[in-house]
Design a protein around this ligand. Structure first.
Ligand code: GTR
Length: 422
């Protein structure tokens, strides 16, 4: 199994950063997962049961949100009083006439971040939009040369140097299959995308190149133990993308689906948990620290996250290394913060590191909160076979293949969104 894992990690698409290599004693045997008890999302900290939507919205939801702010992703700054942005260009005949392409520069605390927006050409009313962050420059999802090449970040490990360079023209369209732009447009939807490393490079020690220091108090040099990590910064920026979408008259901002893969799936969940303006949240293989139940000793664990990616979470999170059973929360509670909005959790069979069953169980156990709010959870605790999606207000599928976003995944997300947006 471990060899399979390493083989599948080695096959990762060039579009997705190299995954950590696991650790020698990672468990991939379901029979060896010790028993655990999940905290109840519908019991308040004072022990009272949550029996109505009012108590959920006003008491329990804020309690859970506060736990995640304090101990996992960290507290983020408030939204700016006014979003600063500039629409740099509007191309009415992009992608061979199929799309209107807008390039927008968002100014996040003064740092410029490029938002690429494709909308279906000829739309007669505001359109719903899929929004998300991506692992490489905007040109990697754009086949047309109208989209400028992005800056790229990488490390020279031997020289302990962070390298900042401009992407090559050959990177254009490189990850297009992971976004299915034609399908999205054909459904009458738009796509809003930002390259996440413009917000903060995804490298431990790259803090100073991102937006977090722009919010430091005088004399502060590192975030406090309960202040946002990089995932917090990426998630906060997704809310700024939403601020823009609300101002764009061609967009139906009441119907925006947030989508993220892997670490950006964790990010989408955290953004959607905090910001209820997103009407749907899609977690594609978000794994540990995302949709997967942390208490399950299967694949990646909390300590792996805090060791390999110390910049992602707040520093309080490391108190749970090897102590997942002491968490007053688990992933089902993060997922329950999306309720009553549409939630899609997806796994891949070849991505055991992300613990597909743990992701499924996260979605199952968010169900009671959906039911309390009059929505439908997965309605079963039997994991479906590959390519047998379950779609209610919570949806789940597992597909064949590796850690990736595929056309199959998009077919399901488009179907789910279309049902939710009816
Ligand atoms: C892996 C990490 C996972 C997942 C993945 C990714 O190395 O262990 O938690 O987020 O990276 O983002 O591709």
């Amino acid at each position: 199994m471990r060899n399979n894992l390493i083989a599948s990690l080695a096959l990762l698409s060039v579009c997705i950063p190299a995954a950590s290599q696991g650790h020698p004693d990672a468990n991939f045997d379901e029979a060896k997962v010790p028993k655990y008890t999940l905290p109840d999302p519908l019991t308040l900290q004072n022990g009272d049961k949550v029996k109505d939507a009012h108590t959920w919205v006003n008491k329990r939801r804020p309690e859970i949100l506060a736990m995640y702010q304090e101990d996992v992703f960290g507290h983020s700054p408030a939204a700016p009083a006014k979003l600063e942005y500039e629409v740099v260009s509007v191309e009415k005949q992009a992608l061979g006439g199929k799309a209107v392409r807008k390039l927008i520069t968002l100014s996040l605390a003064g740092k410029k971040v490029n938002l690429l927006l494709y909308l279906p050409a000829g739309a007669t009313k505001p359109v719903p939009v899929f929004a998300g962050l991506w692992f490489a420059g905007n040109q990697t999802v754009a086949l047309d040369p109208g989209v400028p090449l992005s800056e790229e970040w990488s490390t020279d490990r031997t020289a302990h140097k962070i390298i900042h360079k401009t992407a090559a023209e050959s990177s254009r369209g490189k990850c297009a299959q992971q976004w299915q732009v034609d399908q999205i447009l054909a459904h009458g939807y738009g796509l809003a995308i930002v390259y996440y490393e413009e917000i903060e490079p995804d490298i431990p020690g790259a803090l100073t190149y991102g937006i977090r220091p722009l919010f430091f108090k005088p004399g502060q040099t590192i975030p406090l133990a309960s202040e946002w990590g990089a995932i917090g910064a990426w998630a906060w920026s997704l809310s700024r993308v939403m601020d823009y979408l609300e101002r764009d008259r061609d967009v139906d901002a009441k119907r925006v689906a947030l989508i993220g893969h892997s670490r950006l799936g964790k990010t989408a969940l955290w953004a959607g948990a905090q910001d209820t303006r997103f009407s749907i949240v899609i977690s594609n293989e978000s794994g540990e620290g995302g949709a997967a139940i942390s208490r399950r000793d299967f694949g990646e664990r909390t300590k792996d996250l805090n060791t390999h990616f110390p910049h992602w979470f707040d520093s309080n999170f490391s108190q749970y290394n090897d102590r997942e059973n002491s968490m007053p929360f688990d992933s089902h509670m993060l997922l329950s913060l999306i309720a009553p909005r549409g939630l899609y959790v997806a796994s891949a069979e070849g991505d055991q590191w992300s613990d597909p069953r743990g992701e499924f169980l996260g979605a199952v156990n968010a169900g009671p909160v959906y039911e309390l709010l009059g929505k439908k959870g997965l309605g079963t605790d039997r994991m479906p076979a590959v390519h047998q999606p379950i779609m209610h207000d919570i949806a789940y599928h597992i597909r064949a293949g590796k850690h990736d976003v595929t056309a199959y995944d998009w077919d399901q997300y488009l179907k789910f969104a279309t049902t939710q947006w009816k």
